[in-house]
Design a protein. Structure first.
Length: 575
């Protein structure tokens, strides 16, 4: 047994050292009982400790479970609340008898490296979030608890409905050899579709219309750079935002590439394993990033950079710096996802009522419609339970409680968001386990809000949708702090654009739907860095455009890409 354990740990250490080197980087406030009620009691491991069976059984005496947390930029908490002590942690103690202890907290930009170091040292909490690559490493090393029976015995009705939607694709992503080895934290309906966020007030200042083609995007980028869109008689603006990650939910290039029918995706702050594969003319998988359409788009970006329409220092600007470019009025156009309205531009309207950021659908370079890249059908984030956790079922109970309060038929909006004065606190994010919920919930809520805005009838709105509706009305009545609700759920908001995509130009999805392969894990970070380096140097003009074929495509195949393709084919996991 000891030798087996040593072999397992050696596998984990070898894989993780390679990654490091290459990266161097209840009291029920609704007054209702949960939809899945506790069953009879059963005896836990300690004779004196009783725990009720089922999804909401309470531990008595209380147990303590440990986790770790990631934090964001400029986080604000309600008075008396923090990640350690809030409405969720207090409920979990009172309702379920579970005390959650945060072993450490760290900014989300540093979280993956911190978890990797913890995996190597073996200093891991009872449960923690990982990406797909890390999950595979933990499973291979025998460090993740098997949750198959726990799911069967403890998952609530709402949790099951959430995890089993879309033909159980969420569970598929966390299943190895027919065993559920983690809780998927995403997946289901495809997401991540980008749109173009543009300063509409700048368009008006220059007499321009929103873009209908990629030529229009380029024209706007150049005009925002050269024609003084803010009217201050200074040459202090540029047209298209971009950060060092290249592919990002804010200031990324995903949507720009999509306009040329190209679908690369491999952000420099990613794992190097979250790749997009398309089907070639022979029905075989091919990495989207290596196709000729990508080269065409890179050529256009090179031209924009040479014309000063992309910030000269984009290669060292992270998302926060790119956000600063927007909030200080330096840039007027950025590709991004639906949530851009909540960060980084959310407060700009309140600070200056003339600022008018608006989202627009991506556009095409030719007569063919532009289809956005859709990601997230397969989950890419997971909650792993430590194989040594004394109460692995506790994590499922926490997930059940989250779903009951946020996603279930008896959801309580006060566990989703709380508005106090001019502050809107997204309190759902304080939960130690933030479940995937229902992946199409935002779209359904958006469609219901549009109907309510037309008719004034709100009886069919979910608690969340009613909050969005009220926020939009508040904005229309002059509260500029509520602008972001209109940007997200207004008639021309981000979720209306996502709905338009679904109806008219469905997203392009990866052909491959399996877990990261062995070579993706071992060589993915190296190939990612190669790609970002070559793409960045092509954009900033230090490399010729033709280097795409030699310095990237040929090298990708030589340095492990062919092995990755072979493994993908061998897996046979395609949609």
């Amino acid at each position: 047994m000891a030798s087996r354990k040593s072999r397992q740990m050696a596998i984990l250490l070898m894989a993780l050292v390679l990654v490091i080197v290459t990266a161097c980087s209840k009291e029920n406030t609704s007054g209702k009982e949960p939809s899945s009620k506790p069953a009879v009691t059963e005896t836990a491991k300690k004779p004196e400790q009783q725990v009720e069976a089922g999804p909401f059984g309470k531990y008595d005496p209380m147990i303590t479970v440990s986790t770790v947390r990631k934090t964001g930029d400029n986080e604000e908490y309600r008075k008396g609340e923090s990640l350690d002590d809030n409405l969720w942690t207090r409920d979990l103690q009172e309702i379920l008898g579970i005390k959650v202890e945060n072993k450490w907290k760290i900014h989300n930009s540093q979280y993956d490296n911190k978890i990797t170091v913890s995996m190597i040292s073996g200093d891991l909490p009872d449960f923690y979030e990982v990406d797909a690559k890390q999950l595979k490493q933990l499973v291979d090393a025998g460090q993740a608890a098997d949750l198959t029976e726990i799911y069967a015995n403890y998952a609530s009705d709402v949790t099951r409905a959430s995890l089993e939607e879309y033909d159980k694709i969420k569970l598929e992503g966390a299943t190895f050899d027919d065993k559920l080895m983690a809780i998927p934290l995403g997946g289901g309906a495809p997401g991540g579709m980008q749109m173009i966020w543009i300063r509409h007030d700048w368009l008006q200042n220059l007499g321009l219309e929103p873009p209908k083609t990629m030529d229009d995007v380029i024209k706007i980028a150049l005009a925002f750079t050269n024609d003084d869109p803010d009217g201050n008689n200074k040459n202090d603006t540029f047209g298209l935002n971009l950060d060092m990650f290249l592919f990002d939910g804010w200031a990324g290039l995903d949507g720009f590439f999509n306009g040329y029918h190209a679908y690369p995706y491999n952000p420099s702050n990613g794992s190097g394993t979250d790749l997009i594969f398309l089907k070639d003319a022979d029905g075989k998988p091919v990495l989207a990033d290596t196709l000729p359409e990508v080269k065409t788009a890179l050529g256009k970006l090179q031209e924009l950079y040479a014309a000063g329409a992309i910030h000269k220092e984009f290669s060292v600007a992270d998302g926060s710096k790119a956000g600063e470019y927007a909030t200080t009025g330096q840039v007027g156009m950025s590709y991004g996802e639906f949530w851009v309205g909540t960060w980084p531009i959310a407060s700009m309207k309140a600070e200056d009522n003339k600022v008018d950021w608006r989202p627009y659908p991506i556009v095409s370079a030719d007569s063919k419609p532009a289809h956005p890249l859709g990601r997230g059908g397969m989950p890419d984030k997971f909650m792993v339970v430590n194989k040594n956790a004394k109460h692995p079922e506790a994590v499922m109970k926490i997930l059940n409680y989250f779903h009951e309060k946020v996603s279930g038929p008896d959801a309580d909006e006060s566990y989703h968001q709380v508005i106090e004065g001019e502050k809107n606190y997204q309190v759902f994010g304080l939960s130690p386990v933030i479940g995937p919920g229902f992946s199409n919930a935002n779209q359904e809520d958006n469609d219901a809000v549009q109907q309510a805005l037309k008719t004034g009838e709100t009886s069919e709105l979910s608690p969340a949708a009613e909050g969005y509706y009220k926020g939009i009305l508040d904005y229309r009545n002059g509260n500029m702090e509520m602008w972001f609700w209109n940007a997200l759920f207004g008639p021309d908001g981000a979720w209306s654009i996502n709905g338009q995509y679904e109806r008219e130009t469905p997203p392009v999805l990866s052909y491959y739907i399996g877990q990261p392969t062995a070579t993706m894990i071992s060589k993915g970070p190296i190939l990612r860095d190669l790609q970002i380096k070559v793409f960045t140097e092509i954009i900033n003009g230090t490399r010729a455009l033709d280097d795409f074929d030699t310095a990237f495509v040929e090298e990708w195949y030589k340095q492990g890409g062919q092995e990755i393709l072979d493994e993908v084919v061998e897996s046979g996991r395609f949609h």
